[in-house]
Design a protein around this ligand. Sequence first.
Ligand code: F6P
Length: 316
Amino acid sequence: MKIALLTSGGDAPGMNAAIRAVVRTCIYHGIEVYGVRDGYRGLVEGDIKQMYSFDVGQIIDRGGTILGSARLESFKKDEVVAKAVKNLKIRNIDALIAIGGDGTFKGALALEKHGLKIIGVPATIDNDISGSEYTIGFFSALDTSMEAIDKLRDTSFSHQRCTVVEVMGRDCGDLSVYSGIACGAEIVVTSETGFDEDGILKRVQKAKNQGKRHLIIVVAENITDVRTLAVKIQENTGYDARATVLGYIQRGGSPSAFDRVLASKMGITAVELLKEGKHNLATVSRGLHVDSVKLSEVLVNKIDKPDLHESLQKLR
Ligand code: F6P
């Protein structure tokens, strides 16, 4: 048996731990394993090389992905997907393990339709694979944003300011709301809460009237321009206000213990599912327990998650 693996989409801490687990588990079971460089682009261009145990030494603690990643718009085209499948078939590679976020999973579904055996492994800081409780990289990115917001709070308190922080997550508010809970933010704005500017200004004004020295507002990306919001807060409430966009810093850095363990378990599971003749599945997290669901369902079926916005109300 021969298995290829790739990482695709926005990189996430823990991708390397997943690569290491896939490679080492393949070797443990006597399976040849091939690394594809730069995601689906490498698959289309045939940039595929056999990997060995020593290739994945000293990477469990490294951020990013040693295989490289890319976003490939043209992978939506049937003929491009067909070329990728052909590149695996001519090398007699039976199956692919695709590690990444929702774009990666959409690509994996396209490959599945072309008859390739696929296992998807969710790895994205956004935590937006709805069939998985957590994705590899989410908690590491949360640690990074928490550390950054803690630092912003120090200066916010000293200067009696209102600090508006933009957190990543594409269209998913998880990183924002978890950051809000972890950092004691007064207000968290995500696509789930919607953006009610007047409501926010009233709440900030109320906090000022109550004598609150400083305030942290977390805003998920793609909701509003945080700099403009900070100006409006400064103009309409008694607070001096500043905005910070955390940006790509959230994607880098050494993975947390949780992500290393989750990535290792998912990597092992992905290989062993293929070994058992199972495919077209995604590994999913139920906490640190790893299960699998149909690839076609992982982006559609939502598992129940606690309403953290409700928790935030109690912590204000
Ligand atoms: O999916 C991870 C992520 O960092 C999102 O949070 C963000 O919206 C997006 O990637 C940014 O994408 P790019 O790397 O293409 O700028």
